[in-house]
Design a protein around this ligand. Structure first.
Ligand code: ADP
Length: 423
């Protein structure tokens, strides 16, 4: 037997998933953590606890490990890889004042022009006294992988997208290479590239095979996409969580700053994404999860609701409509809660369809099949209703755990390496 491990570091915990050579889950473990003043210690403990929990017979046959972190969660490290400061988390916008400078330096690179981008965070650190001791700037997944393979200054092009790495040319653009922060930029590889075997200390401490390699990682949302089972151009994943997020696999790359659309590279394809402010948070505002399940059963998904809403919790929308002043439209509200929910679900389905239409209008590969993830995925009535609008098969994702997607990354890259080795 051969085994592959994917570890997902999310916002409230870490999860490890081990798959076998047939991509079936054979072990999984969740390690919850609470917000902490010492994230570095928490993450290290979570990683090592997961490795400790895996049964020894699996660890002896472990071939590859990959990790994913939250996008734009970053660390500043010294020569030995020790963090010099607390990590800056994905949603930390302390770098807001760096935007003016960034806009002048990178006007045509909208992806980095956000207070939470990795590059804005690096700029912020550059102005702090601690920067003089810095040798490496790493993403969460890069640093966690370093704890296993011992190599520093290495990242992947999913994590490095918001650092300004050019995923089309596969290099850092000239404007970035000229900046004084450039010596700290990590070397970037494809996600899932084997970097090296686990260090002898890690192998000995946890009983991991000495042959087990550690690969470059990815981000949590791409890992969740990989888990879905979508692999072909035209296949998409809609995430029906608190917000509505669309990701469409396309042969063409689409970037549109106005609508917040950007593309991640996935081998020779592009993962084109857009995120709306509508979604499950509005449903939760009016209904409990139990009510959603019960009331949905009373809706006939083949009958069109006469209600036309634009459900938002506060004004402003980016995708598929770009209007910062757009007011929520949730009127009229019928007395019958089933009719009201029908109107909400149908309006969300309309916005989802509009989103995919916009991506295709900008040149993305036509929609062919939609997988669904997130809390709304279990609602079969909603699925049927969405199918009526989307006009393509709508399925639940095979797996939704990011850790599973990351385990697939480890398994597939390892298989590729073996194949190359045999040639
Ligand atoms: P998050 O984005 O916060 O991780 P989840 O993926 O956990 O969200 O999904 C939570 C959302 O799913 C909630 O906003 C809730 O309204 C919605 N939800 C839960 N159950 C149902 C259901 N049966 N039908 C539709 N939506 C649901």
């Amino acid at each position: 037997m051969t085994y592959y491990l994917g570890i997902d570091f999310g916002t409230s915990g870490a999860r490890g998933v081990v798959i076998d050579g047939e991509e079936k889950i054979c072990w999984e473990f969740q390690y919850p953590f609470a917000a902490s003043g010492d994230w570095v210690a928490v993450w290290r403990k979570a990683l090592f606890s997961i490795l400790e929990q895996i049964p020894l017979e699996i660890k002896e046959e472990m071939r590859a490990i990959a990790l994913n972190g939250t996008s734009s969660t970053v660390l500043l490290c010294d020569r030995a890889g020790n963090p010099l400061d607390a990590p800056i988390l994905y949603n930390d916008d302390r770098a807001i004042n760096e935007l003016e400078t960034l806009k002048k330096i990178a006007p045509s690179h909208p992806i980095v022009l956000s207070a939470t981008s990795s590059l804005a965070k690096l700029f912020w650190w550059y102005r702090q006294p601690i920067y003089s001791q810095a040798v490496y700037f790493l993403h969460q997944a890069d640093w966690l992988a370093f704890l296993l393979h011992g190599q520093l200054g290495i990242s992947d092009y999913h994590n490095a997208l918001k650092l300004g790495y050019d995923v089309e040319e596969l290099n850092y653009p000239a404007w970035l290479q000229k900046l004084p922060i450039s010596p700290l930029l990590p070397q970037v590889f494809s996600p899932g590239t084997p970097v090296g075997t686990v260090t002898p200390e890690i192998s000995f401490r946890f009983g991991l095979s000495k042959k087990c390699c550690v690969c470059t990682g990815t981000t949590d949302s791409i890992a969740a996409f990989l888990a879905s089972g979508a692999t072909q151009p035209g296949e998409a994943v809609t995430s029906l969580g608190s917000t509505l997020v669309l990701k469409l696999l396309s042969s063409t790359k689409i970037d549109n700053a106005k609508y917040g659309i950007y593309s991640h590279r996935l081998g020779n394809l592009w993962l084109v994404g857009g995120a709306s402010n509508t979604g499950g948070a509005v449903l939760r505002h009016f209904f409990s999860d139990a009510e959603l399940a019960r009331l949905s059963q009373q809706i006939d998904p083949q009958i069109e609701s006469p209600l036309d809403y634009y459900p938002l919790l506060k004004k402003g929308e980016r995708f598929p409509l770009n209007d910062p002043e757009l007011e929520p439209r949730i009127e009229p509200q019928p007395d019958n809660p089933v009719e009201f929910l029908h109107g909400l679900l149908e309006s969300l389905a309309r916005i989802e369809t509009q989103g995919y239409q916009l991506l295709q209008q900008f040149g993305a590969t036509p929609l062919y099949r939609v997988y669904t993830a997130g809390g709304g995925a279990k609602n079969e009535i909603w699925t049927a209703l969405r199918q009526r609008y989307l006009n393509v098969p709508v399925l639940a994702s095979s797996y939704t755990e990011a850790a599973y997607g990351t385990a697939l990354l480890a398994a597939r890259s390892h298989d590729e390496l073996e194949k190359r080795g045999r040639k």
